[in-house]
Write a protein that binds this ligand. Sequence first.
Ligand SMILES: [Zn+2]
Length: 397
Amino acid sequence: MAAPDPALDDPARESSSTTSPGGGQWAVADLRITTKALPEHNRVRNRAMLLQTLFHEGPRSRADIARGSGLNKVTVSTIVGELIDQGILVEAGHVGGGRVGKPATLVALDEDSRSIISLDLSDALSFRGAVMNLRGEVSHQRETEVLTERGDAAIERAMELAEELLAVAPAPVLGIGVGSPGMVDRAGVVRYAPHLGWFDADLRGPLADRFGIPVHVVNDANGMALAVHTFRENDGRSILIVTIQRGAGAGLIVGETLVDGVDFAAGEIGHVVVDPRRETECLCGRNGCLDSIVAVPQVRRRLDDGEHRDAVMDDAAEALAAALAPIVSLLGATRVVLVGPQDILDDDFAGRTRRHLTDRTFPATTSQIGVDIGSDGGLLALQGPVVAVLSAELGIS
Ligand SMILES: [Zn+2]
């Protein structure tokens, strides 16, 4: 018998695909194996797969879970037993019965069994936070002004907000999730967020040290993409979130993988030059950056100056489409969600963006593309960090 292909047999290699509902996709990061599989990987992975099933498909009997996952019944019963002891799963009535066999007991995820603290630091003038359950539903919300604090003072303000929220959490806290502007690495260090004065600022460390619970930090736009992926209806194949506020940012999921890029700068699309002949000088010193055309203050200024709304919005939509066209063509993206102030980012703007996008791309790649307005951007910004915690701690996303 030929030696088995290690690439096919190595459970570590499969980990990113088997925990995802779509399955079958290799993660970009998994192109080469760098860690060997340990017995505990299987346990964590099986638990994640079981939780993921119950999260997305609702209550199931142990036998159904075993059938659906390919795990044997003993393994399923053991994991379910542990999770019931921890209060994360509950028994939820019976199903079936009749002449053959006794009714099967359903098990369900108890979405209120844990609280997650979410901090959204993306707003220029205030930090928002919430206590949420495992479904990303808010039970308490707080907001604190951050007008002048920068650097360590801003981190301290985030810690105070977390402390307030921890005090009112109704259930044991699974972790703290933070959505931060700027470039955020996987250790929770904000590499670059100039308006908060954060340059290589460790956001995770101080929070984890003070509160002694897991802390996970994500870029705010990446978080929103995770929130759409986990909490909204979607085909699970690709999601491109574009946030437009004082600048433009993007979060991208392709084939169940969050693409954060080398140096964690993926999604920084604001300084893509879409029209170098323009006289709109950007903060970065060049002409015709996307930011200098679509940023909300820029659009408002033109409207206030009396330019016709159709002309202003069409110009912004065309600039955005010019920046997005190569991205959606290259990746075969199927869904673009625009998040920003609703008086600017409305259905008309989404329609214009879609038209310019299809004008600028090969029809076969973009004829099916959806461009939507994420009308609940504030909630998405809070749910993103929740997914970071859910995914890291329970394997649910
Ligand atoms: Zn620029």
